[in-house]
Design a protein around this ligand. Sequence first.
Ligand code: ZN
Length: 252
Amino acid sequence: MAKKVLKIVGRALVACLCVAIIGCARARRVVPEPRVVVRVMIIGRSVEGRDLVAHQVGSEGATVLVIGSIHGNEPAGAMLCKEIIRRIDPLQWQAPRVIVIPEANPDGLADGRRTNARGIDINRNFPAASFRYSIGGASGALSEPESRAIHDMMLTFKPDLILSIHQPLEVVDYDGPASEPARMLAARSGLPLHRLGARAGSLGSWAGVDLGIPVITLELPRGVERDGAEALWQAYGLPIMQMLAETAPDSK
Ligand SMILES: [Zn+2]
């Protein structure tokens, strides 16, 4: 992974250098700032001290936040997010601005466990009106560093669309005003559109129902990660990118 990040950052640096060189050639003209090609951000640390990493590609238009494996026993989300990062050509992709958090629950992912290292379900830990204290023993909404990192990230970047990738229900679900992109993703991926209903304290409840941000929950099949990254990309990565290119809302 580090090699891949270095490779992408390397390409970004080359791109910026190219812009700078072109700028020098056109002496004395106002040269715009080089656009963000790719940015890798550490947005927090998990309970066990693992980095929570976000990758940004593109700098224009709407902002789309893609979240993988907020439940650690649903590894296909992280795998698919890494494929999206790997396959977007940062020199070509400008809009929408895509921010990907491949491993929203790295401790759970490392242990194959739904919750974080303290046994809390991160996707029940957001400050939704529906939050319930009894779930997973949380002492309150945003009691966990993983949920706080996503929360703070959202306040900073104000996403216009959120896609959270789960398993194993094999549906496209949504909360908030996301019917159009959700229908598109369902049609492209072959998964049925099915409203599951917002769970107490979930990202969909907080961001979708309370804040009115379109939130799509993509529920991939059980064990689909065993088909490998290429198959995952073909079946779901391409439909996601098509959906983003065609239906991402305008930036606010
Ligand atoms: Zn899940």
